[in-house]
Design a protein around this ligand. Structure first.
Ligand SMILES: NC(=O)c1ccc[n+]([C@@H]2O[C@H](COP(=O)([O-])OP(=O)(O)OC[C@H]3O[C@@H](n4cnc5c(N)ncnc54)[C@H](O)[C@@H]3O)[C@@H](O)[C@H]2O)c1
Length: 257
């Protein structure tokens, strides 16, 4: 345990699993009081129990980030438990994979509702706490799909590209309150969902396309999100940081030149 965040309260959405759980673990290990929030109540309490068993300060609640009343209840619970939040990690998100011509309107609506509306609602509610605290950090979650045109990603890309644009605009509006807003854009990460869903062929295609030749680990993304939430990132604002092993930096790659 370290003390870098010992005077901070952080809310981490989507922390029942994957990258969000890794971020919650990292923030708690650095001394933050962490409110874990997810639509999967049992799973998010299980991650919270791991953190408290390791000596961290954490609590958990169920939230559906699409619903304003539930988002406000999450903020209120966090404030009652730990005091006003200084940090929001807007990590909860949903993916979709379907050819553009076969993507139903309902899928696009679902992506926008969770990824864009949910991110918007959590940030707006948390910003009020942060203004009261004299500042704060908001870290949103985009994706490589918000930057490049991957196949089968039209609906998801619309939502993750929207998060990049919204991050910039939020950063401009909230700077006067000493709140920074940045985004992380992960490449493929070795979370359980990807282990379950990615075929060998798809994994091979990723390995070939990524200069580092492998998927990222959840903790490698968590490290960057926690940096953006720290005092060290005080002059980083409105940016989207790719954590993708060089995937979005790459052009033509010839092994033997
Ligand atoms: N894992 C990757 O390869 C990858 C790549 C690019 C971007 N991302 C983004 O990073 C973030 C985390 O990814 P992950 O792989 O850990 O995801 P994940 O699917 O493992 O976890 C996402 C969490 O968000 C929660 N969630 C979904 N909808 C919610 C809602 N309406 N209200 C509350 N909670 C909700 C889920 O229950 C889940 O626990 C997401 O925003 C994702 O889009 C992930």
């Amino acid at each position: 345990m370290t003390t870098q965040f010992s005077d901070k309260t952080a809310i981490v959405t989507g922390s029942a699993t994957g990258i969000g759980a890794a971020i919650a673990h990292r923030l708690a290990a650095a001394g933050a009081s962490v409110m874990l929030a997810d639509k999967h109540e049992e799973a998010v309490h299980a991650v919270c129990a791991e953190i408290t068993a390791a000596g961290g300060r954490a609590a958990a609640c169920r939230v559906d980030i699409r619903i304003p009343e539930e988002v406000q209840a999450m903020l209120d619970y966090s404030r009652d438990t730990f005091g006003p939040a200084n940090i929001l990690i807007n990590n909860a998100g949903l993916g979709s994979q379907k050819h553009f011509l076969e993507t139903p309107l309902t899928t696009l609506q679902q992506m926008l509702e969770v990824n864009v509306v949910g991110t918007f609602l959590c940030a707006q509610a948390a910003a009020h706490d942060m203004i009261e605290m004299g500042g704060g950090r908001i870290v949103n979650f985009s994706s490589h799909s918000g930057l490049l045109g991957s196949s089968g990603r039209a609906a998801y890309a619309a939502s993750k590209g929207g998060i990049i644009a919204m991050t910039r605009a939020m950063a401009v509006d909230l700077a006067q309150y000493n709140i920074t807003v940045n985004a992380v854009a992960p490449g493929p990460i070795d979370v359980q969902r990807n282990r379950d869903q990615h075929s060998d062929e798809r994994r091979d295609a990723w390995h070939r396309a990524i200069p580092l030749g492998r998927y990222g680990e959840p903790d490698e993304v968590a490290a960057v999100a926690v940096f953006l939430a720290s005092e060290d990132a005080s002059y980083v604002n409105g940016q989207t940081i790719s954590v993708d092993g060089g995937f979005t930096a790459a052009g033509l790659r010839v092994k033997q030149l």
